[in-house]
Design a protein around this ligand. Sequence first.
Ligand SMILES: NC(=O)c1ccc[n+]([C@@H]2O[C@H](COP(=O)([O-])OP(=O)(O)OC[C@H]3O[C@@H](n4cnc5c(N)ncnc54)[C@H](OP(=O)(O)O)[C@@H]3O)[C@@H](O)[C@H]2O)c1
Length: 304
Amino acid sequence: MANNGSILVAGAAGQLGAVGRTVTGLLLDRGLPVRAMVRREDDRAAALRAHGAEVVIGDLLEPADVYRVVSGCRRVYFGMSVSAAYLEATVTMAAVAREIGVDALVNMSQMTVSQMSIQNTTPSHQQRQHWLSEQALAWSGLPVVTIRPTMFLETFFPLAGPTVRDRGSIELPFGRGKTSPVAAADVARVVAAVLADPGPHVGRIYELTGPRSQDMHGVAREFSDARHREVTYSDISPADWERELKRAALPEHLTRHLVTMGELHRAGRYDRLTDGVERVTGRPAISVREFVSLHADEFGGRRL
Ligand SMILES: NC(=O)c1ccc[n+]([C@@H]2O[C@H](COP(=O)([O-])OP(=O)(O)OC[C@H]3O[C@@H](n4cnc5c(N)ncnc54)[C@H](OP(=O)(O)O)[C@@H]3O)[C@@H](O)[C@H]2O)c1
């Protein structure tokens, strides 16, 4: 296939953060050609096509699929939902990108990797795989740009949405730990800016947070302001939370990742603050309050 200069966006359908889906829209809005990779033909694929993307179907764990979808593209966004085979997918993408030759590979990682080393890992295999993925991409010699966001604000949809709607409380085991969650839409703005003009970014690592690091009582106050109704924070025990996650029958890989995220919050490891979003895009990251206002329905509030 000839190099048509398209930008390949993996994981473009979107499940939780939907960074790939937002990136696709932002690049199309800039007039850039996008090949959006999805797993299956569904409404999300149709919406991407209607927006102007070339939609291709494939599995990031199938080397032949990855070769087919990357062929002809010069830039790649690599991200997929939290899954047990994340490292295999990253290395498959790296092998393909080396074979084909690309100008830039933008790799979704996690802020926690900044504090990890051989001697200091975490119990989350997702976080370990991001750490290993970054290592493998560094060895690959590819022109990589690394995106390390902290927790997405969208994580509050499943983790806080039901209790905020039902009883006006956020119930999480984060203790007094501070956190600075970032909107996936802001992460997507960074990724899109990099993909549109990767030259100045190649080799860089962007750590991305929201605009404020505060404990969960502070987060709850921003929820209250946005909802015009009181929301409180209730610190639940890590053991209770783990039991609840297990009852929800999530994949073991995801449960372990969420339990670790809770523990690291409690230990103050999410107390980070960066201006990465503003530095790359020229616009600051949105706050918890702005995010909750934008998604009032999901949190049982009303837009005034
Ligand atoms: N959530 C957070 O707080 C947070 C914070 C920092 C970093 N991150 C990182 O962000 C990434 C997730 O980004 P996101 O939330 O934007 O993704 P997402 O919306 O959860 O999903 C991305 C897409 O990946 C697709 N996918 C999964 N396995 C695939 C496979 N084998 N082949 C092809 N496609 C596949 C899914 O397709 P289907 O929908 O069809 O299944 C999904 O639509 C992860 O690397 C995570 O570690 C997340």
